[in-house]
Design a protein around this ligand. Structure first.
Ligand SMILES: Nc1ncnc2c1ncn2[C@@H]1O[C@H](COP(=O)(O)OP(=O)(O)OP(=O)(O)O)[C@@H](O)[C@H]1O
Length: 325
């Protein structure tokens, strides 16, 4: 918080771009010129169809992919375009990532205790202190301190994701990217893991980027929601506003395509579902990227790329010609 009580930006992306070169002069526009800030203590939900670039954005922001261009600023410090081992080590106690797949992200040959303690190496704790801290974190994520000597295959999907959460949070970072942390889990345990993340967020004062497919879950957990389509942001605003009164035609159809768990809110949502597949992000043409699938497409949409602009009298940014003067 600043002296005036206003939340300050913890992390700022400025024109962040990540292209993957895939040979023969072709490149995938996975993240294209994206700018936004996440305020301290805020949870920003990031949604979009499969292949829209959500994971690439999270990984580029974390330094796991080199940046093609643009910057990420953390508490005013511009982070490197290309991370070296020392940068990962330095940033590990500030930023961490929780991955989607609790089956492949835990080394099957290491005990749970070794996995969770990995990040603590730089702290030079002795064995007893390490064991104590690992035990405390196992309990904190709803497991048992005695589980430290077991191997990942002895746990269910939900328990493994709890182990992944303990591994990410034991260094007490300020900022966490959760990349689809529940989508590989049974529906019956998804809410438990989301509630655990929410509780830890509150008790640790975490700032989060929460990437997910399930828009109703994102609405529940997030303060603001950002909607991504083919590498760019189309809409950003307070989570409930975006969910219940989407402004961008893509947000409208994305929300209409998402199952609503609560029948009471079903009526308030738009009724047209999204049609067809997301186009290839290779050598993306000029103009609005959604034009080919948009029910409200105009001539200008195919010629000019819309800017993400603030809407008058709304706490909302939208990239659509419908709202540009
Ligand atoms: N290492 C890579 N090399 C080449 N292309 C990549 C690489 N990683 C991702 N891509 C491509 O970048 C685009 C965005 O992928 P990304 O995984 O970021 O999307 P996503 O929105 O996270 O999808 P999902 O919800 O399925 O995880 C896709 O076309 C994908 O094929």
């Amino acid at each position: 918080m600043s002296e005036t009580g206003m939340q300050e930006a913890l992390i700022t992306l400025d024109k962040l771009t990540k292209y993957f070169e895939i040979g023969r002069g072709q490149r995938v526009h996975a993240v294209d010129d994206i700018s936004f800030s996440i305020k301290e203590g805020e949870t920003l939900g990031l949604v979009g169809e499969s292949g829209s670039g959500k994971s690439s954005l999270g990984k580029t922001l974390m330094g796991l992919h080199d940046k093609t261009s643009g910057t990420v600023t953390y508490r005013g410090e511009t982070l490197p375009a290309h991370y070296k081992a020392a940068d990962f080590k330095r940033m590990a106690s500030r930023m961490q990532m929780i991955f989607q797949d609790p089956y492949s992200s835990l080394n099957p040959r290491m005990t749970v205790g070794e996995i969770i303690a990995e990040g603590l190496r730089s702290r030079n704790l002795d064995k007893a202190d390490t064991q104590q801290l690992v035990g405390e974190w196992l309990e904190r994520v709803g497991l048992n301190a005695a589980h430290a000597s077991r191997y990942p295959h002895e746990f269910s999907g939900g328990q493994r994701q709890r182990i992944g959460i303990a591994r990410a949070l034991i260094l007490e970072p300020e900022f966490v990217v959760c990349d689809e942390p529940i989508s590989a889990l049974d529906v019956s345990v998804q809410a438990q893991v989301v509630n655990l993340l929410n509780d830890l967020k509150t008790s640790m004062g975490l700032t989060m980027l929460f990437i997910a497919h399930d828009l109703s879950m994102v609405r529940y957990i997030s303060d603001r929601m950002a909607v991504m389509y083919l590498g760019s942001l189309v809409e950003l605003g307070p989570a409930a506003d975006v969910y219940f009164s989407p402004r961008h035609p893509y947000t409208e159809v994305l929300i209409a395509s998402n199952p609503e768990p609560d029948p009471a809110t079903e009526r308030e949502r738009p009724s047209t579902a999204i049609q067809g597949e997301i186009p290839s992000p290779v050598n993306v043409p000029a103009g609005c990227r959604f034009a080919g699938r948009c029910p409200k497409v105009m001539q200008v949409c195919r010629e000019q790329t819309p800017e993400l602009i603030p809407l008058v009298n709304e706490d909302r940014l939208v990239a659509c010609h419908l709202y540009q003067q």
